[in-house]
Write a protein that binds this ligand. Structure first.
Ligand code: NIG
Ligand code: FE
Length: 390
């Protein structure tokens, strides 16, 4: 067994309230931690650290649990920069643009899809993301959804079947035939390759009954539900997510008070995707409404070519602070421990004995710099399952 001591940390964020300052971030000043093989085996103050086989001194930097990006769409081909430029000159975002990516994805080879997703996953790692959830949803045929999930599974254990992203163009005017495909051959083929089932429940995508049916089909095959909802308007999605005990309901751009109350009494995380508001010029949710009600909040990138083409969790933390009214501490928690809760994982998003040795080290004296210095590449080093990857 080989061990590595990371020391000289001005701030060590553990997300363990039993540590350090006793707050939600469990911030240890002048901290250190020891990684052994794939897990954390010691956490505390540098002065009390045990000896290890190797020692890395960080000279006053910050260490935190690697970011948990609990919502992304990395398997696709093509480019929609023209659509983005059109939006920035006044056009509004609609679910319709997804069809352009579906056409490009179907036309791409397996190797092209693998290369594209791999490039984005590597980009994420360089920005401190050590766990990413990846959805299908740009194939929308049995074969193309299946190969999308295979590409995703090479990059993460957190794979999501999103066959119910939109009704593809060849089924225009024949929604019920696409529903038959989803509820029959597609779920049967895809379920063995996914952990999660997701539906885009919104204007221009799927309605309440369709959403319930697709979630039920996935759940009957052992998939755990999560949902895209309330991105384009207030709709039934949040209530459905709570009703099926979804791990997370994502976007939440337009929330009624009843939605907030339903989330507050539930086990469902509200995942905010501020990159989507940024890139679609949509209003930012005041996340204080959620926190005041006691809702668990996560922040993720939604990395996709249409509504949020960023792979950067630090950028999303900065937006969540600046525009969604989270404090820097709340946004950092949401991007690490919150993401872990949105994936129902207790072994990531936290640095305590036994957790995955996933660590991001920032070239900054305080975690506040994540929001205070937006757009600056602050990530200095990254360990993923005990291996230094950056
Ligand atoms: O999460 N909202 C639905 N799906 C993606 C966007 C997909 C696209 O525009 O290509 C999202 O924002
Ligand atoms: Fe999404």
């Amino acid at each position: 067994m080989s061990s590595t001591l990371l020391t000289g940390l001005a701030e060590l964020i553990t997300n363990d309230p039993g540590m350090g300052d006793g707050g939600p971030l469990g911030l240890v000043s002048d901290g250190a931690l020891v990684l052994e093989e794939e897990v954390v085996c010691w956490v505390g103050e540098a002065g009390a650290a045990p000896a290890a086989d190797a020692r890395v001194a960080f000279d006053g930097r910050v260490a935190l649990p690697g970011f948990v990006d609990s919502h992304s769409h990395l398997v696709f081909a093509g480019d929609r920069s023209c659509e983005f430029a059109a939006r920035m000159s006044g056009q509004t975002y609609s679910a319709g643009g997804i069809a352009a990516t579906v056409a490009a994805t179907r036309a791409a080879s397996d190797a092209q899809l693998r290369a594209g997703a791999g490039r984005l996953a590597a980009e994420m790692l360089r920005q401190g993301t050590t766990t990413v959830e990846i959805k299908s949803g740009y194939g929308l045929t049995v074969a193309d959804e299946l190969r999308s999930l295979r590409v995703a599974a090479d990059l993460t254990a957190e794979t999501t079947w999103l066959g119910a992203h939109v009704v593809p163009p060849e089924y225009a005017g024949r929604r019920s035939a696409y529903l038959d495909l989803l509820l029959g051959p597609m779920v049967t083929a895809c379920a063995p390759h996914a952990r999660w089932v997701d539906v885009f429940c919104d204007r221009g995508a799927f309605d309440a009954d369709e959403t319930r049916a697709v979630l039920a089909a996935g759940m009957a095959r052992g998939l755990v539900p999560r949902l895209h909802a309330n991105q384009l308007e207030q709709g039934p999605g949040v209530q459905i997510a709570v009703e099926v005990d979804a791990a997370s309901v994502d976007h939440c751009t337009y929330l009624s008070q009843a939605d907030v109350a339903a989330l507050a009494g539930s086990n469902t995380v509200a995942t905010l995707l501020p990159g989507a508001e940024f890139s679609t010029r949509s209003p930012y949710l005041d996340a204080r409404r959620l926190l005041a009600a006691g809702v668990t909040v996560a922040v993720a990138t939604d990395c996709n070519p249409g509504s949020s083409y960023t792979s950067s969790m630090p950028f999303c933390v900065a937006l969540a602070v600046r525009d969604m009214q989270l404090t820097p501490a709340e946004a950092l928690w949401a991007a690490t421990a919150g993401g872990a809760k949105a994936l129902r994982r207790s072994d990531i998003g936290v640095l305590k004995v036994g957790s995955h040795a996933n660590v991001a080290v920032l070239d900054a004296p305080s975690y506040v710099h994540l929001a205070y210095r937006p757009g600056v590449p602050l990530v200095h080093a990254v360990w993923q399952r005990g291996r230094q990857v950056v």
